[in-house]
Write a protein of this length. Structure first.
Length: 144
């Protein structure tokens, strides 16, 4: 495990949770939104997830799989987390498109649907982070 991996993961989680908070603020203000916030969040989502996922998949998940291989546990959790990354990135693309459209003046026709979409996305990210914090990171020796 590279030196500083725990600090990197802590930063990745913090940045993702800050993104979730920003998305929640947007969802809470619908249909009136801060268009600059929509544009800022839209431009941050995909790069943030892509970079964080790359780090998790190249550093954290291999260490987790190694830790699991030494016991009776199977690797289903690691595979599921990787699959969630793909789903999250696809969903992030859709959220980005919607936020960019709103940020560029598109009228919000159905605020409830937009809010549902945003909440589905950020709640999924929060669950993923919670699982990593509760199960993955302790298995590889990262403890807050």
């Amino acid at each position: 495990m590279p030196a500083g991996s725990a600090a990197v993961m802590k930063r990745v989680h913090l940045e993702k949770l800050q993104l979730c908070d920003a998305l929640e603020r947007i969802a809470d203000t619908l249909p009136k939104v801060d268009i600059l916030a929509c544009l800022a969040v839209a431009n941050a989502i995909v790069p943030l997830l892509r970079d964080g996922h790359r780090y998790e998949e190249t550093v954290i998940f291999p260490a987790y799989e190694t830790a699991l291989a030494g016991g009776d546990a199977n690797l289903d959790s690691a595979r599921r987390l990787s699959a969630e990354h793909i789903e999250d990135e696809c969903f992030a693309g859709e959220v980005t498109e919607m936020l960019l459209a709103i940020g560029h003046g598109k009228t919000i026709d159905n605020a409830e649907a937009v809010g549902f979409m945003l909440r589905g996305f950020f709640e999924s990210l929060r669950r993923h982070i919670a699982f990593e914090r509760e199960h993955v990171l302790p298995m590889i020796g990262f403890v807050d």
